[in-house]
Design a protein around this ligand. Structure first.
Ligand code: RAM
Length: 338
């Protein structure tokens, strides 16, 4: 009885210290489940927003520590190095937006053999290298949406070009494939894709590639950029080349980065999903795998907090919400959020 009382007192004192001074004892810290979010590259606002979502999920879950990391440039080599170090750190899970679908498979397989739960999000890893892939939205829809926006901007006819991220990016390559399928439909026969270039999700390279497109294609009517870095850089290029009203930029962008370009007239509309929700949901999914509450099987459903449930398809992939369109009247409202 006395012993129990002493223990209880000790517990109360330890909690009091934690609450007042943030002095967390090592046992408590060790109990935290380490989930690493490995992004394509650091310094990309899209992933900063996904990180916000991951932190929100971690706060709700209580026993999660997020390790946010990524290479300085979006390469598979950089991510391989990082994963090697996460394996040594013995993290519990890795949620990765991959710079290459196949090049990362050996290292993520190694991580999984060591008991680390690997899930990919945004830009996927090939099936054998992860438990599940969380897509922001349906790929066909993303492809269709971008062609519709381009077509609307240029009155349904003319030359268009694509400014993508890296040539190996899983997500952009899938979306470009879908855009090409849409362009092959009779209703878009008057739109001609004249070039596809890669800015590697680097602002300066994307800008130079956009300038190149504008100068070598005098009849260009639109640049479609399925990357938040590319669309921002292409819009700047159109303004700098004094082509506002002649060439329109569209694609996938962050309202916070694009509001000015919508006002300048370089952009009529663009789309995106909520990157905060994406980071939030993938953190929950990773946690569920760590806790043994999720299985990587077609048809399995996984609870992802305030986002409800996601269901894995035949390829153990799931998708969140349809892309949302932004234009002059609504961009400012969302620019405050992401
Ligand atoms: C960039 C990245 C990311 C992509 C968005 C739309 O930030 O390439 O992977 O999903 O654009």
């Amino acid at each position: 009885m006395i012993l129990k009382k002493i223990l209880l007192t000790a517990l109360t004192v330890s909690i009091a210290v934690n609450m007042s001074g943030g002095l967390i004892n090592s046992a408590q810290a060790a109990e935290k489940i380490k989930i690493a979010m490995v992004v394509k590259s650091l310094g990309n606002g899209f992933f900063d927003a996904a990180h916000e979502g991951a932190k929100e999920a971690a706060k709700e879950l209580g026993d999660v520590e997020i390790i946010y990391t990524g290479p300085t440039t979006p390469t598979a080599e950089g991510q391989i190095e990082i994963i090697n170090s996460l394996i040594s750190q013995k993290v519990s899970a890795i949620a990765i937006s991959a710079n290459d679908a196949n090049a990362l498979v050996p290292i993520t397989k190694k991580a999984m053999q060591r008991g680390i739960r690997v899930v990919s999000f945004d830009s996927g890893i090939a099936k054998e290298g992860r438990l599940m892939q969380l897509n922001p939205s349906n790929a066909q829809l993303i492809g269709l949406k971008q062609i519709q926006m381009a077509s609307d901007a240029i009155g349904g006819a003319g030359e268009v070009a694509i400014l993508s991220a890296t040539a190996q990016a899983t997500n952009q390559n899938i979306w470009i494939g879908e855009m090409k399928k849409v362009l092959a439909k009779p209703e878009y026969a008057r739109i001609k894709l004249v070039a596809t270039v890669y800015g590697d999700d680097q602002s300066d390279k994307s800008y130079r590639e956009a300038i190149g497109l504008l100068r070598s294609n005098p009849n260009l009517k639109a640049i479609i950029s399925p990357t938040t870095v590319g669309i921002n850089a292409a819009s700047k290029a159109v303004v700098d080349e004094h082509l506002v009203g002649k060439v329109f930029v569209t694609g996938l962008g962050l309202p916070s980065e694009m509001a000015g370009h919508v006002k300048s007239g370089a952009v009529k509309s663009f789309a995106i999903w909520n990157p905060i929700d994406l980071g939030y949901a993938v953190t929950y999914a990773a946690y569920d795998f760590v806790k043994g509450k999720a299985v990587a099987k077609p048809g399995a459903s996984i609870a992802v907090g305030r986002m409800g449930k996601i269901t894995l398809d035949a390829n153990t992939e799931a998708a969140l919400a349809p892309p949302f369109t932004y234009y002059k009247d609504n961009v400012d409202k969302f620019a405050k959020i992401f």
